[in-house]
Write a protein that binds this ligand. Structure first.
Ligand code: KIV
Length: 266
């Protein structure tokens, strides 16, 4: 395991060698340091902070200023992991707005990759970001910024037409220049098809064991969350101190032990 700062090229190499990639959320310097030291390849400053840090019901109220602030806090601690920061709701409604918002996350927040939610409607934006040398992590499946449109936090892609549309979106996002893809709350079989179809690393959350990597909200893993989702696992309950719990997650992802089939959906 290399100790130098990782790059997206390293992550692609991991996918091609069949090595599992681990990703955890962090919103501040202390947690980001622990996640980095645990050996996770990716740290995500997710807009889930709106729920687990700020106490909102959804991620929708999170502002770009808040994402820049939390990204800057996390960035200060990282020595090895690649830092992804979420573009929050309505900060990328047009390609032009996405460029401005991404520039802030990178210049002020220290992000190396920006994440955005959605498929076909985001293709032009992904291309525009790529043309300016801005790496993009796309996010399909349960896209929390669209929770009201989706009618709640529910598994996506179960109907055959929805599954085909998601596969098509994933391929189109890769062709548009996306560097990573997160799949959230989709049937494990669909996640496997998408992972096989793409050359870019695919990171799952509630998407079964076949993705190239796994992400969890660290607060779920550390037992801070009152109602953790079904696909999460409380590593602190089993391993105690945060550093040991985070390392156990990274080791289990690397060893193909987490997630198990029961952490996914049919
Ligand atoms: O905001 C976030 O933490 C996320 C993960 C759940 C993938 O998008």
């Amino acid at each position: 395991m290399t100790s130098r700062p990782l790059t997206l090229v390293d992550l692609r190499g991991m996918k091609s060698r069949g090595e599992r990639i681990s990703c955890l959320t962090a919103y501040d310097a202390s947690l980001a340091r622990l996640v980095d030291e645990a050996g996770a390849e990716l740290v995500l400053v997710g807009d889930s902070l709106g729920m687990v840090v700020q106490g909102h019901e959804t991620t929708i109220p999170v502002t770009l200023d808040e994402m820049v602030y939390h990204s800057r806090c996390a960035a200060r601690s990282l020595k090895r992991a690649v830092l992804i920061a979420d573009l929050p709701f309505m900060a990328y409604a047009t390609p032009g707005q996405a460029l401005q918002s991404a520039a802030r996350l990178m210049k002020e927040g220290g992000a190396q990759v920006v994440k955005l939610e959605g498929g076909a409607p985001q293709l032009e934006t992904v291309q525009a970001l790529g043309r300016q040398g801005i790496p993009v992590c796309a996010h399909l499946g349960l896209t929390p910024q669209s929770v009201h449109k989706l009618g709640g936090y529910r598994v996506q892609g179960r109907a055959p037409e929805a599954a085909e549309a998601m596969l098509k979106d994933a391929v189109a996002l890769e062709q548009a220049g996306a560097d990573l893809l997160i799949l959230e709350c989709i049937p494990s079989e669909l996640a496997e098809r998408i992972t096989r179809a793409l050359a870019i690393p695919v990171i799952g959350i509630g998407a079964g064991p076949a993705c190239d990597g796994q992400v969890l909200v660290s607060y779920d893993l550390l037992g801070f969350t009152a109602r953790p989702p079904k696909f999460a696992r409380n590593y602190a309950a089993e391993h105690g101190a945060p550093d040991r719990a985070l390392k156990a997650f990274v080791d289990e992802v690397r060893g193909g032990i987490f997630p198990r089939p029961e952490n996914g959906f049919t």
